[in-house]
Design a protein around this ligand. Structure first.
Ligand SMILES: Nc1ncnc2c1ncn2[C@@H]1O[C@H](COP(=O)(O)OP(=O)(O)OP(=O)(O)O)[C@@H](O)[C@H]1O
Ligand SMILES: [Mg+2]
Length: 587
């Protein structure tokens, strides 16, 4: 089981490789620079050996020769530093570009998901996905990639150099390799498990924070600060334990390797020292061997540390992959029907829908709304009113049945067209960080300031905005927490007016307004609603009393249909609602 999971992880990492393809030239450049750097590094002990054996440790030391070799040595060191710096900068530059691309695509992929996706994915998780998971994967393209070439190459070069110097001692040095492998294998599983535990616990913390910071008002009102702080502390303790554990394992692993390296140096001194005494090798060769065996452990250590990076990148890539693999249920048509000047006729034919399989929310809903009609939708809480609007705007697609706009199945229209023709002011209002005017034009540059002002005037919020400290440039914070609920609703209205859709949907859009303001908005809107189809969901029946048609919803079905007077005469569900609401209607 575990093995399988691991393979999937590697696949998810490989799936991200195509993002690196446009940068092949840069990666090749890094490779070349790494080769140069390694060559300079391997040459250094060799140069010292030559100086010792041919110019210093000889009967007639040759100072001139030492001078020349010293000069070459300095040149090589400078070349090494230069290639090292440029290789690191180039790699970082390239790695960050790859990651930027992955991040952008991830966000845009998520943006195009249907609403069902957001019902099933915690926002906190998605935030970690786009921010830190991509960052972790970037380490694969930088650290891991670099280490594999630089350290791999340097091991190969050192081995070659050692065999060049003395085959027997080189073979003896090679005996440490199986020992290193054995130890790495032993630590590998521990490290992987420890790593995964840390990541999961960290993302739990992020998810917790996202939820709590967003819901701070409720937490304070319910005096849950201490309880939530306790939960936060528990999450943090779990994370701390996992983190310390992971760090401990990796420290022990590194120190064990280091110990092994030092033992190997001692062994070389012992074996090589004997060889020097027996005049089998020269002293300079022994010096070179000691340097090489020390240099040998450094890349091995670094490669094994990359095991961590590989693990973390695989976990992160897996999580990114899982999101990228989700195909949006809302698909754009291949050949969209061109809509020219839509009239605004809406038709539902036997529409069935469920959020969860087996729990039908809409049952065979059928109705027709003629162009320009003002339609009220009423019914008990949970009857399915908002769901109808979500289907009409394709936030979800129906399980069966058809929804048509001017006789065209909305699934045959491009989403851009659809959202151009149908505008909705929702129950849960969304404002974004930005100015008031940004929020009214929804950051669209094609909507002029004049349109924004006119829209604000139409819904009567213009004087209110003028009175704010910076007028239309007043800054709104996330979700518009710094203005009142009613003001937020008016802004959402103004936004719709500015977008100027053919079909206007108002879902409980006036619920937070006082009766006077509501009337003002109604008057402002009546001019707008004259020429377009308007659907208004309202609990306050007074709001829809004058509608051309009222749809009465009950348990996912349209149970009554007609004008206010017709419905009253039916003495059915609507009449009952109306009588119950008598007090409110009078108010
Ligand atoms: N995203 C969702 N996931 C799962 N179930 C949902 C979701 N949204 C709504 N529901 C369920 O679907 C049913 C209909 O919800 P809907 O929002 O359409 O009701 P409504 O008529 O608009 O009610 P209200 O008057 O309270 O706004 C409810 O039982 C609700 O619990
Ligand atoms: Mg609703």
């Amino acid at each position: 089981m575990k093995k399988q999971g691991n393979q999937n992880n590697i696949h998810s990492l490989l799936r991200l490789l195509p993002y690196a393809r446009p940068y092949t030239v840069q990666f090749l450049g890094v490779f070349l620079l790494v080769v140069i750097f390694n060559a300079t590094s391997v040459l250094q002990p060799y140069l010292v050996k030559v100086a010792i054996d041919s110019d210093i440790s000889v009967p007639h030391p040759n100072l001139h020769g030492v001078f020349i070799i010293g000069g070459i040595y300095v040149g090589i060191v400078i070349l090494g530093v230069f290639s090292n710096i440029s290789q690191m900068l180039l790699l970082q530059y390239t790695g960050q570009r790859v990651i930027r691309q992955i991040r952008i695509e991830l966000f845009s992929h998520i943006e195009h998901q249907g609403m069902d996706f957001f019902d099933h994915h915690a926002i906190g998780r998605l935030v970690t996905n786009i921010s830190s998971d991509t960052e972790t994967v970037s380490q694969f393209f930088t650290q891991f990639f670099l280490s594999m070439i630089r350290d791999g190459l340097s091991i190969v070069m050192i081995v070659i150099a050692m065999f060049e110097l003395d085959v027997r001692i080189a073979w003896e040095c090679m005996t440490v390799i199986p020992i290193i492998f054995g130890i790495s294998l032993l630590f590998r599983n521990w490290l992987r498990n420890a790593y995964q535990a840390t990541r999961t616990r960290l993302s739990n913390i992020v998810a917790f924070l996202a939820e709590n910071l967003a819901g701070m008002r409720i937490i304070q009102i319910f005096h849950q600060e201490d309880q939530q702080a306790d939960r936060f502390e528990t999450l943090n303790s779990l994370h701390r334990k996992a983190n310390v554990n992971e760090y401990g394992i990796s420290v022990i692993f590194n120190r064990v390797l280091e110990l092994l390296g030092n033992l190997a140096v001692a062994a070389v001194v012992f074996i090589g020292g004997g060889a020097v005494l027996h005049k089998v090798i020269l002293f300079g060769t022994l010096y070179a061997f000691i340097s090489y065996i020390q240099k040998f452990f450094q890349p091995i250590n670094s490669i094994t540390q990359q095991w961590n990076t590989l693990q973390s990148s695989m976990v992160a890539a897996d999580r990114i992959g899982k999101v990228l693999m989700v195909e949006s249920k809302i698909q754009e048509p291949v050949a969209p029907v061109l809509m020219q000047d839509p009239k605004g006729q809406i038709e539902f034919q036997d529409v069935e829908f469920s959020y969860h399989q087996g729990e039908p929310i809409l049952k065979k809903v059928s109705f027709v709304i003629k162009p320009g009609q003002f339609v009220g939708v009423v019914g008990a809480t949970g009857a399915g009113k908002s769901t109808i609007m979500s289907l009409l705007t394709r936030l979800y697609d129906p399980d069966s049945g058809t929804i048509m706009l001017d006789g065209v199945d909305i699934r045959q229209m491009s989403l851009t067209d659809l959202h151009q023709y149908i505008g909705m002011v929702q129950q849960d209002l969304q404002l974004f960080t930005g100015t008031i005017s940004d929020n009214i034009r929804m950051f669209r540059s094609d909507i002029s300031d004049e349109t924004v002002f006119n829209a604000a005037k139409a819904v009567g919020i213009h004087p209110l905005i003028e009175r704010m400290p910076d007028g239309y440039q007043t800054w709104l914070y996330a979700k518009g927490a710094n203005i009142s609920m009613g003001e937020r609703q008016l802004l959402s209205f103004a936004r719709m007016v500015a977008l100027n859709p053919r079909v206007l949907i108002l879902d409980e859009a006036t619920a937070s307004l006082d009766s006077q303001t509501e009337e003002m908005v109604q008057n402002g809107l009546s001019r707008l609603t004259e020429s377009r189809t308007t659907l208004v969901i309202a609990h306050r029946l007074s709001t829809v009393r004058h509608a051309d048609v009222i749809l009465v919803m009950d348990h996912g079905q349209v149970v009554e249909y007609g004008s206010h007077d017709q419905l009253l005469r039916m003495r059915g569900v609507y009449a009952a609602l109306y009588e119950n609401a008598g007090v409110e209607v009078l108010a």
